[in-house]
Design a protein around this ligand. Structure first.
Ligand SMILES: [Zn+2]
Length: 107
């Protein structure tokens, strides 16, 4: 789906292939299609924040300000991963995944 496998590749975060290499589905099916992925990234970010909060607050028993800093750092470091994950989730809401498909198939 992405031209660079590594989301931390400088300048390569948003570089995507035009179409799926196996089923030819057009990824950007309409202009600014991936704006909706921002809503998904919000949900993903909250989910990660909650997970980090539980880990640092309950398991490591860090103080609240420390926990907050850890959460912010984690979200910033994971931002490229979150953005890509959100795009993948977003497109999966509209296109069904057929590993065996060889024709364009939109739900
Ligand atoms: Zn495909």
């Amino acid at each position: 789906m992405y031209i660079y496998r590594n989301p931390y590749q400088p300048g390569g975060l948003f570089k995507m292939h035009e179409r799926c290499s196996s089923c030819q589905t057009k990824y950007k099916m309409e202009p600014s299609f991936f704006y909706g992925a921002m809503y998904v990234s919000y949900a993903v970010g909250v989910a990660i924040a909650v997970a980090v909060f539980i880990i640092s607050s309950v398991i490591i028993d860090a103080s609240l300000p420390k926990t907050f800093i850890i959460i912010v750092l984690t979200l910033v470091l994971l931002l490229p991963v979150i953005i890509r994950l959100s795009r993948n989730i977003w497109i999966n809401l509209f296109v069904s995944f057929h590993p065996e498909a060889s024709v364009n198939q939109t739900r």
